[in-house]
Write a protein that binds this ligand. Structure first.
Ligand SMILES: Nc1ncnc2c1ncn2[C@@H]1O[C@H](COP(=O)(O)OP(=O)(O)OP(=O)(O)O)[C@@H](O)[C@H]1O
Ligand SMILES: O=P(O)(O)OC[C@H]1O[C@H](OP(=O)(O)OP(=O)(O)O)[C@H](O)[C@@H]1O
Length: 212
C-alpha cells in the first residue's frame, strides 16, 4: 500500500492529472467529503488529506510515503528525511515582501530602520533578511497576512502572491520578490528504500506529465 499526502484545494486539484496519467482516480472529493483518508480505484494507493504545511511532516515520519508540497512548506519544514525527486510545476506563485502603497520601504531599508514584518513564513523571512543584512522584527501570523499592515500590526508582510489580486484589493504593493514557488513531489527516505519498486514507476509517469 502506498499512502500519498495531499492538501485539499489547489494541490489536490492540480495533482489529479498526474494521478490520472498513472490510471489513478480518487473515489471521493475532499471538498465535499469529511473523510481524511480517501481510497482510489487502485486498491494499493490511498490519499491522506492534510494541511499543506503538514504534508512534509507526514512524509518525513513515514505516515505517508509520498506527498505534494509547495516549496514554501518544504523550506519552512527544512526537508529532513525527504527526497524531492520532482518539481511538478503546479501551484505556481512567488514569495514576496509587500507593504502599503504609501510606505517608503526602500528608503527605510536604505536608512537601516528596523522593520516590522508579519508573516506565516518565519524561516523564509528570517533567512531572506539575514542574507541581505537588514534588521527586522518578525511577527508570526497564521493567515490573512494582508490585513497586518492595514491594521497597523506591521510595516510589511512576507506572503505568497500569484495574480496580485489580494494585494491590490487591500491596497498593498509588492516591493521584493524573495523566491519563485511551485509544488514538488516528495518521497520519504524510508519509503524510498522499502517501497522503491512501487514508487519509481509513479515518479516516472509523473515526470512525463510535468508541463514545462
Ligand atoms: N495564490 C496562490 N496561487 C498559486 N499557488 C499558491 C497560492 N497560494 C499558495 N499557493 C501554493 O499552494 C500551496 C497550497 O496552498 P493552500 O492555500 O492549500 O495552503 P496554505 O493555506 O498555504 O497552507 P496551510 O493550509 O498549511 O496553512 C502553498 O503551499 C503554495 O505553495
Ligand atoms: O495573488 P493572489 O492570486 O491574490 O493570491 C495570493 C493569495 O493566495 C494565498 O492565499 P490562500 O491560498 O489562503 O487563498 P486563496 O484561496 O485566495 O488563494 C496567499 O496567502 C495570498 O493571500
Amino acid at each position: 500500500m502506498i499512502t500519498l499526502a495531499l492538501s485539499k484545494g489547489r494541490i489536490f486539484t492540480e495533482t489529479l492529472p498526474f494521478l490520472a496519467a498513472a490510471g489513478i482516480y480518487p473515489l471521493e472529493d475532499p471538498e465535499t467529503s469529511r473523510k481524511l483518508i480517501i481510497g482510489t480505484n487502485n486498491p494499493d494507493l490511498r490519499i491522506v488529506v492534510v494541511r499543506a504545511s503538514d504534508v512534509p511532516t507526514y512524509v518525513q515520519y513515514g505516515a505517508a510515503d509520498m506527498g505534494v508540497a509547495g516549496k514554501d512548506s518544504l523550506y519552512e519544514h527544512g526537508g529532513s528525511g525527504l527526497y524531492i525527486p520532482l518539481d511538478l510545476n503546479i501551484a505556481k506563485c512567488r514569495m514576496c515582501v509587500a507593504c502599503p502603497r504609501d510606505f517608503d520601504y526602500r528608503s527605510k531599508v536604505r536608512r537601516g530602520a528596523r522593520l516590522r514584518i508579519a508573516t506565516k513564513y518565519m524561516k523564509y523571512s528570517r533567512d531572506y533578511y539575514a542574507r541581505i543584512g537588514v534588521h527586522v522584527d518578525l511577527i508570526k501570523l497564521y493567515g490573512s497576512m494582508e490585513l497586518a499592515p492595514i491594521a497597523g500590526l506591521s510595516d510589511a508582510i512576507v506572503d505568497l502572491v500569484s495574480t496580485g489580486a489580494t494585494l491590490k484589493a487591500n491596497d498593498l504593493v509588492e516591493v521584493e520578490t524573495i523566491d519563485h514557488v511551485s509544488s514538488r513531489l516528495i518521497v520519504g527516505q524510508t519509503a524510498m528504500k522499502l517501497k522503491r519498486q512501487e514508487i519509481l514507476p509513479l515518479i516516472e509517469i509523473f515526470e512525463k506529465t510535468v508541463k514545462k
